[in-house]
Design a binder for this molecule. Structure first.
Ligand SMILES: Nc1ncnc2c1ncn2[C@@H]1O[C@H](COP(=O)(O)OP(=O)(O)OP(=O)(O)O)[C@@H](O)[C@H]1O
Length: 244
């Protein structure tokens, strides 16, 4: 981001220990408003734990997670979160539209305002699930479930969208749709995305964190893009974010 970018999330010497296992160790980093951060690292390296501490869903063993609006600290941010699929119990008897709407307000569908209902319809369209809106989660394929959860994450027009392995289970068609949707969302939201597939996403991101117990920021990100070290077979619309 530019020199005038304002920070939105700050991790201050954050660590997480489970039993004897130091999962995340002394991470200090700042994410700026408008950043698009890609997060990579080995299995079990602590990526999900770090994301969930950023979201304040997991309390750090030590250190602090601080949110900002401009220069002021704020108690909350509007987050959208797409968790890893293995964290979801799809036996829960709710429909696709109820799941999507739950990202807006914890209210039954019939109690949403007309504007909120319109937003549910628009979001179902964005994730391509209008036809399946009355289906329950248990009736969905892995990719359809992933899209329903993405709908829930984006419907509230979040300040920060955290996506943990969003490409899992998606077929090629929806992978492309997802890239387009994320590129669109990144114009208004800060995006933090865990992904093993850096090839396409790298071209949308302006920062790259590597998490393996601790966090390294990969400074070669723009160099890699500039020299096309990454084999990014990109749709033309996906130019890299600039750092002017
Ligand atoms: N609630 C928990 N209790 C105990 N150990 C945990 C808990 N959550 C995560 N762990 C352990 O912390 C380590 C890091 O897990 P985490 O899910 O954060 O890694 P990850 O980088 O997201 O992995 P992956 O790429 O496989 O999704 C793992 O060894 C995991 O077993």
């Amino acid at each position: 981001m530019s020199a005038t970018a304002s920070k939105i999330i700050e991790l201050q010497d954050v660590s997480k220990v489970y039993g004897q296992l130091a999962v995340v160790s002394h991470v200090s980093v700042t994410v700026d408003r408008g950043d698009f951060v890609i997060v990579t690292g080995p299995n079990g390296g602590g990526k999900t734990t770090l994301m969930r501490m950023m979201l304040r869903l997991v309390a750090p063993t030590s250190g602090r997670v601080v949110y900002y609006d401009g220069d002021s600290q704020v108690p909350h941010l509007r987050f959208g979160y797409l968790p890893q699929k293995n964290m979801i119990d799809s036996r829960f008897p709710v429909t696709v539209e109820e799941v999507v709407a739950s990202g807006l307000k914890m209210r039954p569908l019939h109690r949403l305002t007309a504007a909120e209902r319109a937003l549910v319809v628009e979001t179902l369209d964005q994730v391509g699930l209008q036809q399946l809106r009355r289906h329950t989660l248990g009736e969905l394929s892995g990719g359809q479930l992933q899209r329903a959860l993405l709908g829930r994450a984006i419907i509230g027009r979040p300040d920060v969208l955290v996506l943990d392995e969003p490409l899992s289970y998606l077929d090629q068609h929806y992978e492309q749709r997802l890239y387009q949707l994320i590129a669109q969302l990144s114009r208004h939201a800060t995006i933090i995305m865990v992904s093993h597939d850096v090839s396409v996403v790298s071209a949308m991101a302006n920062r790259h964190f590597i998490v393996e117990r601790t966090l390294h920021e990969c400074q070669c990100h723009h160099h890699m893009l500039a020299t096309r070290c990454i084999d990014a077979d990109l749709p033309a619309a996906f130019g890299p974010k600039t750092t002017e």
